[in-house]
Write a protein that binds this ligand. Structure first.
Ligand code: GSH
Length: 219
C-alpha cells in the first residue's frame, strides 16, 4: 500500500491526517506545499488538488480531499483501531465535535481568509491576528462547554482516542500559533495534554515537522 500526503507544517488539517495515519500505523510520505508562499496555486499543485488547499491524500494513486473524508476513509481501509466509534449515536457525536473546528472555526483563520481581509477590507496584520484569535477562542469555549457536559474519560468519547480528540487537539495547535491562553479552558487543556502525551500526536505537531525546521520561522 502506498500513501502520499501533500501537506504543510502549519496546516491544522494536515496535522489531523498525520495523527490519524500514525494512530492507524499506516506508513506515508508527506510532500510539503508551502501555503504561506502560495505554492497551492501553482499549476503543478492545481493538477493535484483543484481546491488549492492541503491536505491531499493519495492512496495507491487514488486522490482524496478534505481531512474529515480522509479520516473516515482510513477507518474504511483499516478498521482497527477505529477513529470513529461503532455505535451510530456515538459516531455522529464524534463527527459533531470534529465539525466544530473543521467546518465552523478553522476555515475562518486560513491564509485565503486572512489575505482577503487584508485585500478587500484593508485589515492590518494586528487586526487579522485578532480576528483569528477571536474565532479560535470561540471554538475553544464551545469545546469547553461540550466537555463540561460530558467529561472526557479520559478522551472525548471515552477510553479510546479518536477523531474528536484529533480535531480538538488541532484547535489547540491553532491557539498556540495565536498565543491564545488555555487558562479559561481547563477541560480542553487536559484533553489536549493527554493527546500530546501520545507519540502519534507529539510527532505530528507542526513544530516537529521537517518543513518547519527548515523554514526559518520561529514561534
Ligand atoms: N476543510 C479542509 C481544510 C482545507 C484548508 O483550508 N487547508 C488550509 C491549510 S489548514 C489551506 O490549504 N489553506 C490554503 C489557503 O488558505 O490559501 C480540511 O479539513 O481538509
Amino acid at each position: 500500500m502506498s500513501i502520499t500526503v501533500y501537506g504543510f507544517w502549519r496546516s491544522i488539517a494536515s496535522f489531523r491526517i498525520r495523527v490519524a495515519l500514525k494512530l492507524k500505523a499506516l506508513p506515508f510520505e508527506e510532500i510539503s506545499v508551502d501555503i504561506l508562499q502560495g505554492e497551492q496555486f501553482k499549476p503543478g499543485y492545481d493538477a493535484v488538488n483543484p481546491e488549492h488547499v492541503v491536505p491531499t491524500f493519495i492512496h495507491d494513486g487514488h486522490s482524496l480531499y478534505q481531512s474529515l473524508a480522509i479520516m473516515e476513509y482510513l477507518d474504511d481501509i483499516k478498521p482497527s483501531p477505529r477513529l470513529l466509534p461503532d455505535d451510530i449515536k456515538e459516531r455522529a457525536y464524534a463527527r459533531s465535535l470534529a465539525l466544530m473546528t473543521i467546518a465552523d472555526a478553522h476555515p475562518l483563520t486560513v491564509p485565503r481568509v486572512r489575505k482577503h481581509l487584508a485585500k478587500a477590507f484593508g485589515a492590518e496584520t494586528k487586526a487579522i491576528e485578532e480576528w483569528a484569535a477571536h474565532w479560535t477562542t470561540e471554538a475553544l469555549a464551545a469545546y469547553e462547554r461540550f466537555l463540561a457536559r460530558r467529561a472526557p474519560a479520559p478522551f472525548a468519547l471515552g477510553k479510546d482516542v479518536g477523531l474528536a480528540d484529533i480535531c480538538i487537539a488541532g484547535q489547540v495547535v491553532g491557539a498556540q500559533y495565536l498565543k491564545v491562553s488555555l487558562d479559561a479552558f481547563p477541560l480542553v487543556k487536559g484533553l489536549s495534554d493527554r493527546c500530546f502525551a501520545l507519540p502519534e500526536f507529539l510527532s505530528s505537531h507542526p513544530f516537529e515537522q521537517p518543513d518547519y525546521k527548515t523554514s526559518g520561522v520561529k514561534h
